[in-house]
Structure formats: structure tokens, C-alpha cells
Write a protein that binds this ligand. Structure first.
Ligand SMILES: [Zn+2]
Length: 417
């Protein structure tokens, strides 16, 4: 089957979407800030829905604002084949993260329609609400609710930094109704494929245009609160100190040491925030809050690293005379791609002489949660220097078009099953 991707139009649409942004223009790259339910997010949604309606696709939205764009097949009662991603962006991010999967998915559907293909199963494009945790502190809000991974009441009670609840924010944005209605049944979709930029350097480094994701690493988040004893930086003598920041420094190094010692390249652990109380130059730190992000493709190995960190915490409590409280923020299970869908993507690449690489996704995506609803796979395309979440994020037009074409071919095959 001949499928022509309209690369010019797809690039134009990516550029148009990038203009719905809160960010100031920069001298380099295209800064995009599009936080969920902000004015620009709502404008971007309205624009996307208009494009979809003009194309003759059906548009549906749920109570959390996930958008479903459906091209109905000849057997509309069969579970649909689905694709999609997100269009929200963290502050000062780039224009390709998520958007390539949404607009690429849209162009894939359009290209199949243009080709005159009759589809048996419907094909549906999903734009997820709040893949990024920027506003409500938890990522993949939309796909967590779709897959029943997040309790609807807990979700509605989440607050942004102005203490506005998700419930009030989504209602103000025009998405009413109970969040319990968002959840889909486990066999709602026949298959799911997400197209995304790699957000890492491997494909570019090896000059390979397509990555086929075989598993998505499982992220877990922990908060450590270390409490010592504060005081005047001049008066409190060194032997009497219980400096919470010194203990935190040892804990951070312990995290690095044990992640390195796991023996697997797929283990990564990061302490990305460190709040020091009272945070004055002439005051001994009495309390420090650290946030740890730890990821692995193997949850057992991730837990083994956590156990080693906990043993070090015990030792720190003793020799630094501090208390250390550990709190689990979230722990998600890793997802495996469906072997059949991976094989399908491999066959498409092989038949056309396109080189590809099977790989692990170390960043998490909505596909992690869609794996609970359907057999999944992801298609990665290279991004320059592996850079993402920055204004200079860049993917080549020909790579975007190629990823879109492979997605379209896979959707066509799956829709015929
Ligand atoms: Zn993304």
C-alpha cells in the first residue's frame, strides 16, 4: 500500500502548535511553555479539535480533558486501534516532545484516509491531559485515569501551587462530570502505538532513523525528610552539630553509589531537588527535604537499590544523629511492549530497508499506562544531541515524516485484523 505523508503540512502544523506558548521568544530554538488548562493549552486544544472536525473525524472529550479523535471503521463495534501522545509542555521546553505523536498520529490517519483505504477497525488518536507533572505534581494524569491507575477522588483533590484543585481547574476549563467516568475497559483498544522523539542520544549517535521500544522503565519517586538540629552558624560548635544538610549530602552520594553498583545500565537514580531549612547563610541547616527519582526496567533491581540506600540511611541516623523519614510519592510498574506489535514494526522496517534499533524507553510516557489497556509499542525517532525539554530540542523533518509513515503502516495493518 502506498502511503504518502504530507511532510510540509505536518511541519507547518507542528510550527503552528508551537505558537500556543506562554514562553518568551529566545535567540535560540523555539521555547514552548504549555501547562495543562492554561490559556495556551486550551487554545491548542481548540485548534486541534477544529482540524479534526474539518477532516471529518469524530471528536470526543472526557471529564479530565483527554481528547479522542476517531476515524470510524466498517466494523465500529470492534475494539479500535489507537495512537497518540500529549501536547502539554513543561516551562521553557521544546516543540517536539509529545506533539510529534499527536500531529504525526493525526497525519497518519489523514494519509491512510487519502490513500482510499477502507479500515475494518476504527482508528483513534488520543491527546492526553497533563502528561507533564508541572501543574499538579503527578505525570500522565490523563492516561493514569484512563487505565484506572489513579483513584478519581485522589486525582480531583490534587492541587496546583495556588492551591486550586484539579476538580475546580478542570471544571473552569469546561470539563465537568465525575472523573470515575474516564476509565476505559481493559479491552477497549485492540492495540496502541505511540510515536515520540527519543529524548536520548542513541539513535542519532548510531545514525539509525527508527527506534522500536521493547519496554518502558518504571519510575518511582521518594521524598526524604532529614531532621537535625539548627542554630547560629557562629555559636553552635562543630562537635555539637547535627547538620541536616551534611547528612543529606551523604545520602545523595549514597544514591549515586548504589545506582552505579546495580550492575545494569538501565538503573538510573537522581536527587533533583534539595530544600534546605531555614536556608540562611548564617544558620546551621535543621531540616532538608530531598526528592529522589529512581527508574529501572526491572522493579526488583530498583527495589534492591532502594534497600541499599535504606541501609545507608540507618547508618546516617546513627553517626549523624539525625532522623530520616522516607515517603513514597509514586511507584509505577514497568511496561513491556507486545512482542507481536514489535514484530509488526520490525517487519515494516525490514521490508522497506529502513534500519532500526530495539530499545528501552528510559523516559516514561502515557504508553506506560496504556499498556494496562492494550498491547502496546512505541516508535522513537532521533532528536539532535538527545536534547529534550529545552527550546533547542530538534527532530529532522524527514525523520518525523518517516516515523509517521511507519506508524500509519502499522495502524493500517492492525486495523485490518
Ligand atoms: Zn513526551
Amino acid at each position: 500500500m502506498q502511503i504518502q505523508i504530507d511532510q510540509t503540512r505536518l511541519l507547518d502544523e507542528l510550527n503552528t502548535l508551537a505558537r500556543f506558548t506562554d514562553a518568551e521568544p529566545a535567540s535560540e530554538g523555539t521555547p514552548v511553555t504549555r501547562v495543562v488548562f492554561s490559556v495556551d493549552d486550551l487554545r491548542a486544544r481548540a485548534w486541534l479539535k477544529k482540524l479534526a472536525t474539518a477532516e471529518g473525524f469524530e471528536v470526543r472529550e472526557d471529564a479530565v480533558g483527554n481528547i479522542f479523535i476517531r476515524w470510524t471503521g466498517t466494523e465500529p463495534n470492534l475494539p479500535a486501534v489507537a495512537t497518540g501522545s500529549h501536547t502539554d509542555a513543561i516551562p521553557h521546553a521544546g516543540m517536539y516532545d509529545g506533539t510529534v505523536g499527536v500531529l504525526g498520529g493525526f497525519e497518519a490517519m489523514r494519509a491512510l484516509k487519502r490513500s482510499g483505504l477502507q479500515i475494518r477497525r476504527s482508528i483513534e488518536l488520543v491527546m492526553f491531559t497533563s502528561e507533564e507533572p508541572t501543574r499538579f505534581g503527578i505525570g500522565c494524569l490523563g492516561s493514569r485515569l484512563l487505565s484506572g491507575t489513579l483513584d478519581p477522588d485522589r486525582a480531583d483533590a490534587l492541587q496546583d501551587k495556588d492551591e486550586a484543585s484539579l476538580s475546580s481547574v478542570r471544571t473552569a476549563a469546561g470539563f465537568a462530570g465525575p472523573l470515575s467516568t474516564v476509565r476505559l475497559s481493559p479491552n477497549h483498544y485492540h492495540a496502541w502505538i505511540e510515536l515520540h522523539i527519543e529524548q536520548g542520544p542513541l539513535l542519532e549517535r548510531e545514525n539509525i532513523p527508527i527506534g522500536i521500544v521493547t519496554s518502558i522503565a518504571a519510575p518511582a519517586g521518594y521524598r526524604f525528610t532529614i531532621t537535625g538540629f539548627g542554630g547560629h552558624a557562629g555559636a553552635l560548635l562543630m562537635p555539637d552539630r547535627k547538620d541536616a544538610l551534611c547528612a543529606a549530602a551523604e545520602l545523595i552520594l549514597s544514591v549515586e553509589k548504589h545506582a552505579l553498583a546495580s550492575g545494569a545500565i538501565d538503573t538510573v537514580a537522581t536527587v533533583g531537588t534539595c530544600d534546605v531549612h531555614p536556608g540562611a547563610v548564617n544558620s546551621v541547616p535543621s531540616r532538608v527535604v530531598l526528592q529522589l527519582d529512581i527508574r529501572d526496567t526491572d522493579p526488583g533491581r530498583r527495589e534492591a537499590v532502594m534497600q541499599a540506600i535504606r541501609r545507608d540511611c540507618e547508618e546516617l541516623r546513627q553517626h549523624r544523629k539525625v532522623t530520616i523519614a522516607e515517603e513514597l510519592v509514586n511507584a509505577d510498574a514497568p511496561a513491556q511492549s507486545s512482542p507481536n506489535t514489535v514484530t509488526l514494526l520490525e517487519n515494516i522496517c525490514r521490508e522497506q530497508g529502513i534500519s532500526y534499533k530495539k530499545m528501552v524507553s528510559r523516559a516514561y510516557h502515557d504508553s506506560l499506562f496504556m499498556a494496562r489497556l492494550a498491547p502496546i509499542a512505541m516508535i522513537f525517532i532521533p532528536c539532535r544531541n538527545g536534547v529534550s525539554h529545552r527550546p533547542d530540542e530538534y527532530a529532522k523533518p524527514e525523520d518525523i515524516a518517516l516515523g509517521t509513515r511507519i506508524l500509519a503502516q502499522a495502524l493500517a495493518k492492525l486495523a485490518s485484523e
